[in-house]
Design a protein around this ligand. Structure first.
Ligand code: N1C
Length: 249
């Protein structure tokens, strides 16, 4: 019993797919009319099938990323870090800003967990190592690779929603800091606008030290702006299409 308990606690059990993730994947994929979803699924699986779930590199997803290439998002790209829920609730209701999850690469895999196992040709959806359990984690490598592809399509003015409820809104360990910012290049990208989401429990503002670091690592020639915007203001704009996007903040 102790061994079983430990096994469960350490996440060593493997849940089998009963077609669950494949069904979800294909259903979400089919909303995008121009995709051959069976091919897309095959390319996706090839990244991690029959591999130890801690040895999947970002490159493993290259064929999948290529199968789902997407258009560039001039002046509409919305990045986020620690603000997933508010960023998506806004971008899903308003067309003026687009997150990775509004494109096939993000929409198909949002909130899913998957991994393979050496010696098996199945996809597992439980018992996969946790997000921070290992460097070449199957799911983490995917978000790193997809985020890089999304940042590569950014051009013009780019927005990022960061959280004013934490001490380090620009967290060097985040995907936003470690992957996306580095791929924003002048002159293709003109400006980065930080929307610092301020809720009642706010602990910081646009003078935050980590935001100075953000300005320092931006490619020379990319302009920078920061605005503190209350959660209420964002929600109001999400739900009222009459408000012009440019007047939201
Ligand atoms: O590490 P983060 O955020 O800074 O990553 C966010 C950043 C966004 O700009 C997105 O473009 O990277 C992209 N991205 C996703 O689109 C995404 N969807 C779901 C990164 N991670 C994504 N996830 C999951 O959210 C991922 O599995 C991981 O658990 C979080 C990243 O959250 P974060 O630290 O708030």
């Amino acid at each position: 019993v102790l061994a079983l308990g430990l096994g469960l606690g350490l996440g060593l059990t493997h849940g089998r797919t009963s077609g669950g993730i494949k069904d979800t994947f294909l259903k979400r994929c089919q909303k995008f009319n121009d995709l051959n979803c069976q091919n897309v699924w095959d390319a996706f699986q090839r990244a991690y099938i029959n591999r130890d779930p801690c040895t999947v590199t970002t490159d493993a997803y290259d064929p999948f990323i290529e199968a789902v290439s997407f258009k560039s998002q001039c002046n509409r790209g919305l990045l986020w870090s620690k603000t997933k829920e508010v960023a998506h609730s806004f971008s899903q209701k308003r067309d003026c800003l687009v997150t990775l999850e509004d494109t096939p690469l993000g929409a198909i895999l949002n909130d899913l967990t998957w991994c393979g196992k050496q010696g098996s040709d199945e996809t597992f959806t439980s018992g996969c190592p946790g997000y921070s359990a290992c460097d070449n984690n199957t799911v983490r490598s995917y978000w790193k690779r997809a985020s890089a592809a999304f940042a590569d399509t950014a051009c013009g003015d780019v927005s990022v929603m960061l959280s004013g409820s934490i001490q380090t809104p620009f967290d060097p360990n985040s995907i936003f800091a470690s992957i996306e910012v580095k791929r924003l290049r002048s002159p293709k990208v003109r400006r980065l606008n930080v929307v610092l989401v301020v809720e009642k429990n706010a602990v910081t503002n646009c003078t935050n030290g980590s935001l100075k670091n953000l300005q320092n690592v931006l490619d020379a020639g990319i302009g920078y702006g920061c605005k503190e915007v209350t959660r209420d203001q964002i929600d109001k704009c999400s739900s009222d299409p009459e408000i012009a996007c440019g007047a939201c903040w």
